[in-house]
Design a protein around this ligand. Structure first.
Ligand SMILES: Cc1cc2nc3c(=O)[nH]c(=O)nc-3n(C[C@H](O)[C@H](O)[C@H](O)COP(=O)(O)OP(=O)(O)OC[C@H]3O[C@@H](n4cnc5c(N)ncnc54)[C@H](O)[C@@H]3O)c2cc1C
Length: 536
């Protein structure tokens, strides 16, 4: 029996610090205090949250949505909430509030039947809606959803492991942090992202990139099947043998095709007994050129399949200088790992930690526990993403210089950063490109340009937008792709369909959209249209 959603709403947990490797360098005291107070306040007030439309009297919002959802019969643990209530806040709070969707009501269904009913009611009454898992989606297309219905899946939070089949089934809103211990304790591991807080299904729907792509592939490569509520309110099994076309589409463009109630994954045998060697570095301005030259050497298939490298250009508020913080991780024996790390040690960077973590602790532990800080909800993150099949040290130097000028001129923008993830892709390439909708299996470098502002700071918006576009085109120019290639789960939202979904995949996605969602009810996350209009 699922528990009531509101008392258990996941807010940023105090003991869990995310993007591995982001945080330390730009620790911000003011945001820490905001995090602390919001955690304490939400944790205590949420326990007053009641089930089944208890906040009906607090309604603000569209009266039609209120009438339809408050008067419908729901199962006992399903909650319907409205703006002005803690329950609503807890059911709709997001990691980023940059161009977010707005809702007039939130339903937290406790049963699959209630998800079906919510979808049918919403579509019958033309109420726009969004299913939410971990609520870490930050694409700006979500902003087109105004005064809609949030279908908060947080009650679908179970993790179950079938040891003999080496398989795991999770609910549609399970976050990465919920699976670490059960998977590890059962003797397995699985490909994941680099933070503990995003919804695993939400990440999977876009492909699921991460540091273990060299040995395990994308997260979709572990996906065995999905249980889905479709646009017409049907519940279908989706796998290689059941609705295989839809399974193809879900693996890379999933947010467009239905609501996932549960997902089943193949678990992987532990590599190196599940032990991962990590090293954290600070690279000061004088060593930045050689560091980027070093990254350049990982072109042409030279990135070992067990090595992942994350480098973040950020502003060090304590030392008052721009810098790079880097985390290198090796999913293999320590002696081999130290050899793989030798080129960076040779640059004499500041070493802030060298540690071996078990697989279930690495994300939350590495980079001094930066995960917790990177998982904080509520800031404005304006993100632009570029995939690369080439690494360019010279471009990175230029980006660093431009970012440094921005920091110098805009102290309020100093939490902003550019993150470069060099993730090996040997196992990603083992799956044929046409097997899934995900289009960028040859990517080895992910670049996130991320401007982070406090909510309400509008003065820097123009500056940051213009710099972001400039940096994006700088990186595209040496990315090895003929045009911008964007990871859909990190898309800003202004890219063309082909830049997000890949020109080769777009026609088939559109044909499937026409079959499975002809009225485009799943249309707020970088919508695939039902008719093809070539954008280039
Ligand atoms: C801190 C941070 C770290 C990240 N790290 C990584 C990483 O390492 N690797 C990576 O690949 N990506 C990463 N991402 C990007 C991530 O893949 C996307 O933000 C993803 O959309 C988050 O999913 P969610 O369920 O948390 O978000 P939500 O905002 O809840 O959902 C995002 C989209 O997915 C849909 N969705 C979510 N769950 C379901 C469901 N059960 N059924 C149907 N639709 C659903 C929603 O409708 C929405 O369109 C990261 C993001 C953040 C903020």
């Amino acid at each position: 029996m699922p528990s009531l959603p509101c008392p258990n709403q996941p807010v940023s947990p105090p003991t869990q610090l995310c993007r591995f490797w982001k945080g330390l360098a730009f620790f911000n005291y003011r945001r820490f205090i905001m995090w602390f107070s919001s955690h304490v306040i939400v944790s205590t007030t949420a326990s007053f949250c009641l089930a089944r439309g208890a906040y009906a009297s607090l309604i603000i919002g569209r009266s039609d949505i209120y009438a339809i959802f408050a008067n419908a019969k729901w199962s006992a643990n399903t909650t319907v909430s409205y703006p002005g209530s803690e329950c609503f806040n807890a059911s709709t709070e997001r990691w980023s509030v940059f161009d977010p969707p707005t809702f007039s009501a939130a339903i937290s269904p406790a049963t699959e039947r209630d998800v079906v009913k919510a979808v049918k009611l919403a579509t019958r009454h033309s109420i726009p809606f969004l299913a939410t898992g971990g609520r870490h989606g930050y694409t700006t297309t979500l902003e087109a959803l105004r005064d809609g219905l949030a279908i908060d899946l947080s009650q679908f939070n179970t993790v179950s492991i079938d040891k003999s089949a080496a398989a795991m089934t999770i609910g549609g809103a399970v976050r990465f942090r919920d699976i670490y211990d059960p998977v590890f304790e059962a003797g397995f591991e699985i490909q994941t992202g680099t933070c503990s807080c995003p919804g695993m299904v939400g990440v999977t729907l876009g492909g699921g990139v991460g540091p273990w792509g060299g040995v395990h592939g994308l997260i979709i490569d572990a996906l065995l099947s999905l249980r889905v509520v479709t646009a017409s309110g049907l519940v279908v099994e989706v796998s290689n043998t059941s609705n295989p076309d839809l399974f193809w589409a879900f693996r890379g463009a999933g947010a467009n095709f239905g609501i996932v109630i549960s997902a089943t994954y193949q678990l992987q045998r532990q590599v190196n007994g599940g032990q991962i060697l990590t090293a954290d570095f600070i690279i000061t301005a004088d060593r930045i050129g050689p560091y980027f030259d070093l990254l350049d050497t990982y072109n042409n298939g030279n990135l070992p399949k067990l090595l992942s490298i994350t480098s973040i250009m950020s502003y060090n508020a304590t030392a008052d200088v721009p810098q790079i913080s880097a985390t290198w991780a090796y999913l293999g024996p320590e002696d081999e790992g130290l050899k793989a790390f030798a080129p960076i040690f040779a640059l004499n960077p500041i070493v802030t930690g060298v540690q071996t973590f078990p697989w279930n602790k690495v994300i939350e532990g590495v980079a001094g526990g930066a995960d917790a800080f990177n998982c904080l909800n509520g800031a404005e993150h304006s993100v632009y993403d570029v995939n690369g099949r080439k690494i360019s040290g010279d471009t990175y130097k230029m980006v660093f210089d431009k970012l440094s000028v921005f920091y110098e001129q805009n102290p309020d923008g100093r939490e902003s950063l550019v993150q470069i993830d060099l993730f090996p892709n040997q196992a990603m390439l083992a799956t044929p490109d046409d097997a899934t909708a995900y289009p960028w299996r040859d990517t080895i470098a992910l670049h996130d340009i991320e401007f982070i502002l406090d909510p309400g700071n509008t003065t820097l918006k123009d500056v940051t937008n213009s710099l972001a576009l400039q940096l994006r085109s700088d990186i595209v120019a040496t990315s090895g792709y003929p045009d911008l290639a964007t990871y859909i789960n990190s898309a800003h939202g202004d890219e063309t369909l082909e830049q997000k979904y890949g020109a080769e995949k777009v026609p088939r996605l559109i044909a499937l959209k026409k079959i499975w969602d002809p009225k485009s009810v799943f249309s707020f996350n970088n919508a695939i249209p039902t008719e093809y209009e070539r954008h280039f």
